[in-house]
Design a protein around this ligand. Structure first.
Ligand code: DC
Length: 240
């Protein structure tokens, strides 16, 4: 692979585990860029729904993906978080729509789309590590498929109950209605989709360091990762 200036830090883990919060904190501390690759699958899902495509039509959705212009850049000048832009528009609020959350696993299970987005993710990571300080990239298959040779590999985990509780507290704090049982059921369904996917399912890379965040704050998790990186650790084993 091309010589890099900065590091590629790859992070995977199940839905609702705090990968974006942790990834954003780590990137900011290191002066790196951060990207959530789930947003790419969501942005494409949203576009396909807007166009009225059948999401089970793999060729149709792949054709749409290839016809769009994909850019990853911060919303504010100098920001560290890269956001997905399609045909010049940032796709942010739209990707949180319920119909997108429910349907994005169909798009993520499309083999052609996975190949297409994995390539974009690899190119982005190499470019950022070569030209910017470095990158933190999170998703489900970054440590195993997109960057199996990442400088640092992290698998962030937490029990489904803890992930549901965090989401419940978040919604309550924002003054929204929340049903803990329904949240837990949705998390278990998303886990199943990610784990049983035929191509690039969620799994722990053997050389990733595994962090169970069930009893930690996300700030503590980020600090643990930063300590490891500063010590020059590559992964391999459980973070303490
Ligand atoms: O992280 P998220 O729930 O926003 O991701 C949206 C969808 O994309 C979800 O179905 C998981 C999938 N995904 C994936 O298959 N591979 C990635 N690297 C990131 C997300």
């Amino acid at each position: 692979m091309t010589r890099r200036k900065g590091l590629v830090i790859a992070m995977d883990g199940p839905a609702g585990v705090g990968k974006s919060t942790v990834g954003g904190l780590v990137a900011k501390s290191l002066g790196y860029k951060f990207i959530n690759t789930g947003e790419m699958y969501r942005a494409l899902t949203w576009k396909a729904l807007e166009r009225g495509l059948d999401l089970n039509d793999h060729d149709g959705v792949l054709g749409l993906a290839k016809s769009l212009s994909w850019e990853f850049k911060p919303v504010e000048e100098g920001g560290s978080t890269l956001k997905t832009h399609l045909d010049g528009d940032v796709i942010t609020a739209q990707i949180r729509e319920e119909r997108v959350s429910v349907n994005s696993s169909l798009v993520a299970g499309n083999p052609g789309v996975r190949k297409f987005l994995s390539k974009l993710q690899r190119e982005l990571g190499v470019e950022q590590a070569r030209e910017a300080g470095g990158i933190v990239m999170e998703g489900r298959d970054i440590t195993t498929n997109v960057f199996p040779d990442a400088d640092v590999k992290i698998y962030l985990d937490a029990s489904p109950e803890e992930r549901a509780d965090r989401r419940y507290r978040q919604l309550k704090a924002a003054g929204q209605e929340a049903d803990r049982g329904a949240i837990l059921a949705a998390i278990l369904k998303r886990d199943l989709n990610d784990l049983k996917r035929e191509i690039n399912p969620l799994k722990q890379a053997p050389d990733a360091f595994v962090i169970d965040s069930t009893k930690l704050t996300l700030r503590q998790v980020a600090d643990g990762i930063l300590r490891r990186i500063r010590r020059g650790a590559k992964g391999e084993g459980r973070a303490r």
